[in-house]
Design a protein around this ligand. Structure first.
Ligand code: CP
Length: 336
């Protein structure tokens, strides 16, 4: 068994597959035996810190619920309630904050993306700095580059519905929205799902490229498992024969140079990029996935998002179970 105690989780790419498999196996068992011992006592008398620079529905509720169900407590923190150094203002360093927080809690989750940063990569930099100084595990609760808990919940949902995902085709399609979304959730799946052998087709309008380093790594991941990784600007061809479709907006690479309002204007040109009933009919009865919140009527037709092959709520629930497994395996020792 791989040693996960005190291991940071900033992206699943940092972990061996064996460790990810262990999280998924424990998460599935926790789902089955949700309120049973030993699971209800794993975090007894222990605190998990949740540091949110941005709002959240699922992540806050599922982490808080996860700590409660494991018998512990999750403490909610925001920058305004802390005394950290900010641009041009005196305050506490990350080093001091990380070392002090490590004395109070067994784990620290951090969310930082979208408007909380002024340059892509700054969120990742902050998480890595906390990881450098902290003696407790740092977990990304979504940052500008990755969203590992979402990736694991997506994979768990796909395994529950499809079984073995190897050889199945997933199409990730950009979908129009006036929301300007970070790359975190999509980039996590782009790396993770090819590692499990899924054929990956990425479809988006010209100008909405993702991080080239992540794409290069995804191609290597696909090569290592002998699967395909393809990029296209033709959404109709892209969805044909897909067994899973993930349709969601993401920002353009220009977002932090031109600003959010200008990025919205770039997206406006592609309002026809919606995952419609017609596109759905070209797939191989594809499951629909999305990390939520969904912009219904823009990213996807209501009928698809609420259709019988939409598994978005199962995946949202799985956030709770995978996070319980992450907390149990990285923040405590010896309960197994
Ligand atoms: N999927 C997800 O992270 O949702 P929230 O932004 O609501 O936490």
């Amino acid at each position: 068994m791989t040693e996960l105690y005190k291991k940071h989780l900033i992206t699943t790419q940092d972990w061996e597959k064996e460790g990810l498999d262990e999280i998924l196996a424990v998460a599935k068992d926790m789902k089955k035996h949700r309120y049973e011992k030993p699971y209800t006592e794993i975090l007894k008398d222990k605190t998990f810190l949740m540091f949110f620079y941005n709002p959240s529905v699922r992540t806050r509720q599922s982490f808080e619920g996860a700590a409660t169900e494991l018998g512990g407590h999750a403490q909610f923190l925001e920058p305004k309630s802390m005394r950290l150094k900010e641009k041009g203002k005196a305050g506490e360093t990350v080093e001091d904050a990380a070392k002090v927080m490590s004395r109070y809690a067994v784990g620290l989750g951090i969310r930082i993306l979208e408007d909380a940063i002024d340059e892509y990569g700054k969120g990742e930099e902050l998480l890595r700095e906390y990881a450098k100084y902290s003696s407790i595990p740092i977990v990304s609760m979504a940052h500008d580059k990755y969203h590992p808990c979402q990736g694991l919940a997506d994979l768990m949902g796909l395994q529950e519905h499809i079984g073995e995902v190897k050889g199945k085709k997933i199409t990730m399609m950009w979908g129009y929205s006036s929301l300007v979304r970070s790359w975190s959730s999509v980039q996590e799946d782009i790396l993770l799902l090819p590692r499990y052998g899924m054929d990956f087709t990425l479809a988006y309008p010209e100008g909405f490229d993702l991080d080239p380093e992540v794409i290069a790594q995804a191609k290597k991941n696909a090569e290592a498992t002998g699967t395909k990784f393809e990029i296209t600007h033709n959404r109709i061809e892209a969805v044909k024969g897909a067994q899973v479709v993930y349709a969601r907006q993401w920002m353009s690479p220009k977002r932090y140079n031109i600003g959010k309002e200008e990025d919205k204007k770039l997206a406006l040109k592609y309002q026809d990029w919606r995952y419609t009933k017609e596109l759905d009919s070209l797939t191989d009865n594809a499951y629909y996935i999305h990390p939520m919140p969904i912009d219904r009527g823009n990213e996807v037709d209501d009928e698809v998002a609420s259709g019988s092959r939409s598994i978005v709520y199962d995946i949202a629930e799985n956030r709770l179970h995978v996070q319980k497994a992450i907390m149990a395996l990285t923040m405590t020792k010896g309960w197994k």
